[in-house]
Structures are given as structure tokens and as C-alpha cells.
Ligand binder design. Structure first.
Ligand code: SF4
Length: 349
């Protein structure tokens, strides 16, 4: 039988685990402190516990630790991590430097089955869902790395689930992982600074609104069903009307907004008419729009529009009183930008 994974367990479960071993629940709290505050990746690092206790504990639980096999550094300071999981599956996470903090973009699946036409991850299909501990550990490993690099792991303040995979297709493990990412007794990220991005799995969006409190981003990319069916097969299951209804029903705390991501693709979704349709579609929503010029990758038969078209598209939305920001994709030169992740050993990108 697989051992309990301590990185996936919550405080109550960890205390119960200690009790079941005949120990004081305090031992459970001590272990959690090592895992999430000291960023330990093995029992050996828990030096406030005697060797015999460490060895006793390690017989009854495991600590997921993803192996960093490659780090690529972009000209803009973005770092892409290639992790190898216990069964050999490869996933990627991206550490993005902002003006005064860092954001980490993590993966929720090895590969992806959603088939979005503009995305490199889609080309490899789904290998498997990640376990909650593997999702949490990407944050732990990157925080540890940052501690070594800057002396302070606290500079990592934002987490986005926008890496490989559709997070809501791995709902249970993702929500379990979110508890340890945002829990004050665990990694303690503010839920205002954690964002989950979905291609639009409507039933799971409804559940997420009831069971977690994180920011929601919707990868929209089109303003009519025909274009969205072409770009994102998920739209055939949950067309725009259903998706937008779910967005309207999503509970938003005060002053928070939904984010809509809109990848701009030349000749496909970037006309004035598209921008006007988009503004109508989102008119009754508290929403901001991230405009992302398509990132190139090998074998892609589409391209980003020229900058003047992008600016015109933005202007139409701004004139309609939307917050519409053109996102400059970081890490493009190392294949770390939106839609470029593929989880493979590489020499170049
Ligand atoms: S964009 Fe996201 S949901 Fe779509 S195929 Fe890529 S990883 Fe999957």
C-alpha cells in the first residue's frame, strides 16, 4: 500500500497520523513546520527530531520530492524548472520575476488532454494527473531555490496554476493542494495571490466557487462559439453561454475580479468585430482582460498579430471601459511562456 504523503495531508490528518503511531499530535505539527516553514524535503533535514524518531516516522509516511533535472534561464530573468517525478514523468514550472516579488507558475497534470490548438502541452496528450503532494512540492522546491538565490524565500508571493494541464480536470488533488498552498499552518500564500486558470470546465467551476477561495482566470480566446470550437475543443462541451453563466455565478469577494485570458491570433480572433463582440460578452461581469499575443513554438501554423492590431484591439475594449492589459510573455526565449510548456529534456528551449 502507498504510504501517506505528508505534503498532501492537512494539519488534522497529520496530527491524527502521529496519534495513530502512538505519538503526541505535537509531533505532527513539528513535521509540518519542517515541511512548510523550513522547506525540508526529507526526514533527514528535520534535525530537531532524534534520529530514531525520524527513522520511525519515515516507515509510515513519505515526503514527495520532485527532482529538479534542468533549470533554464531566460534573458529576462525567468527560470524554467524541469522536474522528474517518481515514475519518470516530466513536468515544468516557471519562476517569473516581477518588479518587487516573484510568481511561480505550476503544473497540475503531466501533459494535457484538452487539445487547445495554440498550446504545445496539448500536442503530447495527457500522461497522468499529478498528486496533491506533487503540486505542492513544485512550490516548495522553487521557494527553496529562491532561498538559495536571494537568501529569502518570502519573495515568492504569487502562485498561478497555469502550467501544464487543466487544473479542474484534476479537481480533487488540486483543491487538496490549494489547502496547503494557502493554509496559514502550511505555505501560507494569501488566497488573493493564488490564481487558477481553466479552459472552462463548467461543473468544476461551480464546485470550486463553493469549496475554495482563490482567483479564477478563464482562458477565453474567442468571442463566438465557432471560433472557440476551432481553438478549444472544450467549447463543444461547454459553449460560451454556459461558460459565461458559470462565470457570472462564481462568487467573488469584494473588489476582486475574474480574469479573462485572450490569446491574440492573427486573422483568427483579432478583428475589431471580435473586440466588440468580446466587450458585449463580458459586459455584465466584474472582469479584467489579459491580452496575450500568441507565443510561437515549433510546428504552430498560427502567428501573433502585428502590434498596431493588438493596440487597436485593446483600444476598443478600453473605450468600452474594460481593464484590458497587453501581457508581455516572459521567458519566451527558453520556451517558458504561456502555451510553450512541454515537459521534455531540451538543449535549446
Ligand atoms: S492551454 Fe491549458 S488546457 Fe489548453 S491544452 Fe494547453 S495546458 Fe491544456
Amino acid at each position: 500500500m502507498a504510504l501517506n504523503d505528508l505534503k498532501a495531508m492537512d494539519m488534522g490528518e497529520t496530527e491524527q497520523w502521529a496519534k495513530d503511531l502512538g505519538l503526541d499530535p505535537y509531533r505532527g505539527r513539528q513535521v509540518r513546520h519542517w515541511l512548510f516553514k523550513e522547506l525540508a524535503v526529507s526526514f533527514n533535514e528535520m534535525t530537531s527530531l532524534s534520529k530514531s524518531v525520524r527513522s520511525f516516522l519515515s516507515d509510515s509516511a513519505c515526503i514527495t520530492s520532485c527532482l529538479i533535472t534542468q533549470i533554464k534561464i531566460s534573458r529576462d530573468g525567468t527560470r524554467k524548472f524541469l522536474f522528474q517525478l517518481e515514475d519518470g514523468a516530466l513536468i515544468e514550472s516557471v519562476l517569473i520575476p516581477e518588479r518587487d516579488h516573484f510568481t511561480v507558475c505550476i503544473s497540475s497534470q503531466a501533459g494535457c488532454s484538452m487539445g487547445c490548438r495554440f498550446c504545445l502541452t496539448a500536442k503530447q496528450g495527457l500522461t497522468r494527473n499529478l498528486k496533491a503532494g506533487e503540486i505542492v512540492d513544485q512550490v516548495v522546491q522553487v521557494r527553496r531555490f529562491l532561498k538559495g538565490m536571494t537568501g529569502s524565500p518570502e519573495h515568492l508571493t504569487n502562485v498561478v496554476l497555469m502550467g501544464m494541464g487543466e487544473p479542474l480536470a484534476n479537481y480533487e488533488e488540486v483543491v487538496r493542494a490549494l489547502r496547503n498552498i494557502t493554509g496559514s499552518d502550511a505555505l501560507n500564500f494569501s488566497n488573493r495571490r493564488v490564481t487558477l486558470s481553466t479552459s472552462g470546465l463548467v461543473p468544476q467551476m461551480k464546485r470550486l466557487g463553493e469549496e475554495a477561495c482563490v482567483n479564477l482566470a478563464v482562458s477565453l480566446n474567442a468571442s463566438d462559439d465557432e471560433t472557440r470550437n476551432f481553438l478549444m475543443p472544450v467549447n463543444r462541451r461547454y459553449p460560451l453561454k454556459e461558460l459565461l453563466d458559470a462565470c457570472r455565478a462564481f462568487p467573488l469577494p469584494n473588489r476582486r475580479m475574474l480574469t479573462f485570458e485572450y490569446i491574440l491570433i492573427s486573422g483568427i480572433n483579432d478583428s475589431d468585430e471580435d473586440a466588440l463582440k468580446l466587450s458585449k460578452l463580458l459586459s455584465r461581469l466584474r472582469a479584467k482582460i489579459n491580452l496575450i499575443p500568441l507565443n510561437p513554438h515549433h510546428g504552430l501554423d498560427m502567428s501573433a498579430p502585428p502590434m498596431e492590431r493588438i493596440l487597436q484591439f485593446q483600444k476598443i475594449l478600453v473605450d468600452k471601459h474594460f481593464t484590458a492589459i497587453i501581457r508581455k510573455s516572459k521567458g519566451q526565449d527558453i520556451g517558458a511562456a504561456c502555451g510553450q510548456l512541454r515537459g521534455q529534456w531540451t538543449n535549446n528551449t
